[in-house]
Design a protein around this ligand. Structure first.
Ligand SMILES: O=C(O)CCC(=O)C(=O)O
Ligand SMILES: [Fe+2]
Length: 307
């Protein structure tokens, strides 16, 4: 099976055309799996998928099992700014807040989950894109001295545990630092990771430092960490290393959540005219949510500053 693939940026992402995902066969999915791992992001325009079909597509790519991310039973959920409960599935994100650069679940000891798909169910009139940046390309672009400097460094990935009613807006629009909980005494989920890790399927090195969930370099102060983060950010977020997906109704994007990180800007409140933004989400990984999710711990047990 040869796929019709058109690049969406110079270094990653392809638009797939001429294939009906609902009737795709095993050979098609084999080719799509290869394309996902090679190009890191697949874009399908108007595949007209319902929830169960989206789950089946993600399952068929064989990079992990569809995850049950919310308390509701199905393996799909919604990213929505409308404030309404969906008829089916759970809500993964119900806030109009900005989301800083991150890779979902990167703060867990297993690192980010393998792949995420979003389907444009309702799209606002003005563009509120999802932006993605290439972590593998970022490593290739590191100057030799910087790469040597970070080779042996680790970072603490962290996410503040904000308790019942927890939403993205509580933690997602600022760096989650164990030194600076939004509320004193809050617990954190967190784990240490090398600054350059190895992609579990492709074996490629990738840059793990994000904005939202990288607290600090292990053994360094926040200020020292920020200097290094700024140097790495300049490479990661160079416009030539970023794709902005402008949503149209019926778009499906599937991305490798280890090879790419993502963000979005502030979105409008869904109650404003033409402002509704409702994306259906199916994520996959080989590790289920219960196994993945660590207990939250006091900040002091995660903050190791060795002076
Ligand atoms: O709303 C978006 O564009 C991205 C949401 C997000 O971070 C996610 O679904 O993981
Ligand atoms: Fe995300």
């Amino acid at each position: 099976m040869t796929l019709d693939l058109v690049p969406v940026t110079a270094t990653f992402g392809v638009e797939v055309s001429g294939l009906d995902l609902r009737s795709a066969n095993a050979a098609d999915f084999e080719a799509l799996r290869d394309a996902l791992l090679q190009h890191r992001l697949l874009l399908f325009r108007s595949p007209s998928l319902d929830s169960e079909e989206q789950v089946r597509v993600m399952e068929s790519l064989r990079v992990g099992e569809p995850l049950h991310e919310t308390a509701q039973a199905p393996a799909w959920g919604w990213v929505t700014n409308t404030g309404e409960l969906p008829d089916d599935g759970g809500i993964v994100d119900a806030s109009p807040t900005e989301l800083l650069w991150h890779a979902d679940y990167e703060f867990t000891e297993f690192g980010p989950i393998q792949a995420i798909s979003l389907y444009g169910h309702e799209v606002p009139e003005a563009s509120y894109p999802t932006m993605l940046s290439n972590n593998v390309e970022a490593v290739k672009r590191l100057p030799a001295d910087l790469r040597e400097k970070v080779r042996t460094l680790k970072v603490l990935k962290a996410k503040e545990h904000t308790g019942p009613g927890e939403g993205y807006d509580d933690f997602a629009n600022h760096r989650n630092r164990v030194s600076a909980p939004a509320q004193e005494g809050n617990l954190f989920h967190g784990s240490e990771h090398d600054i350059i890790e190895t992609h579990p399927i492709t074996g490629e090195p990738w840059l793990t430092v994000s904005q939202m969930m990288t607290s600090h370099v292990v053994g360094w102060t926040d200020e020292e960490s920020d200097v290094l983060f700024a140097e790495l950010d300049e490479i990661a977020y160079d416009p030539s290393n970023v794709y902005e997906h402008d949503w149209r109704v019926g778009d499906l994007i599937v991305w490798d959540n280890i090879a790419l990180r993502h963000r979005r800007g502030t979105t409008p409140k869904g109650s404003t005219p033409g402002g509704r933004r409702v994306l259906r989400r199916v994520a996959v990984d080989s590790i289920d949510m219960l196994t993945r999710f660590p207990v939250a711990r006091p900040a002091e047990s995660l903050q190791v500053v060795d002076r």
